[in-house]
Structures are given as C-alpha cells and as structure tokens.
Design a protein around this ligand. Sequence first.
Ligand SMILES: [Zn+2]
Length: 141
Amino acid sequence: MHEWSLAEGIIATISDECSRLSVDSVSDVDLSVGELAQIELPVLREALRSLKKGTVMSGCRIHISQEKTAFRCRKCGRNWSFSDSRKELEPLGDGGDNAVHYIPSSINAFISCPSCGSPDFDISSGFGLRISRFKPGGRRI
Ligand SMILES: [Zn+2]
C-alpha cells in the first residue's frame, strides 16, 4: 500500500527539517489530505504510528484533516469545488466517482467549468497530501 511509503516520506521530510532547524523532537504535525488523493486515512494513521517509533516524531500528535478539492478554469479563471461538479458525474453512477478517485487524471473527461464549459482547468487544491504545519518539541543542545 502506498500509504506506507507516504508515511515514510512524511517522516523523512520532517526529520530533515528538524536537523536543519537543530531540533530533536516534534510535538505536533498537521497533515492535509486531499479529497481526491487516493489515500486510506486509517492505513496512513497506522503506518505513521508504526514508523515514527525511534524518530523525531516518536512522541508527536498527528492531526489529519481533509482538504476539499478545488478547480480553477484556465480559460475564464472561475474557481469551483469538486462537490459542485458531482452532478456531472451522476450519469456514470458509482463508476463516475471511482473513475475519478482511481484515475484522477481522467477528471477532465468528466468535469467541465460551470461558467464557460471549458474542460481545460487545473486542480488547485485537494489532490495530494501535504504537511500543513509542524511544531518542534525541543531544541538540540
Ligand atoms: Zn471557465
């Protein structure tokens, strides 16, 4: 499962940042996971809990929040959210949601700008996973 490699990546990124800042522990980490990211949160939590042992993150609290997916039209600049576009997926039934979740690059085939109808848009947020904040716990002496 890729949640385990994501967890490794998160821990590696925070460990690097801690050595750069000369801190040896982290008390809180906030993660933001996109609505369209193909991430199983319970699996990610489990992976983090298991992999953080013995790292700068061993005693830290991890907060995971879900980020709404937003789109931005390249033609007219309109911003809108995935839930606004849900009805466009309805004719596809459950298959529509699955197609978008499992092949996010196919999203332009199903969704178009609500203002101008252009299928040329960017996914401006809610696509992947990011570390939105972390709080260092202690300074290395
Ligand atoms: Zn548009």
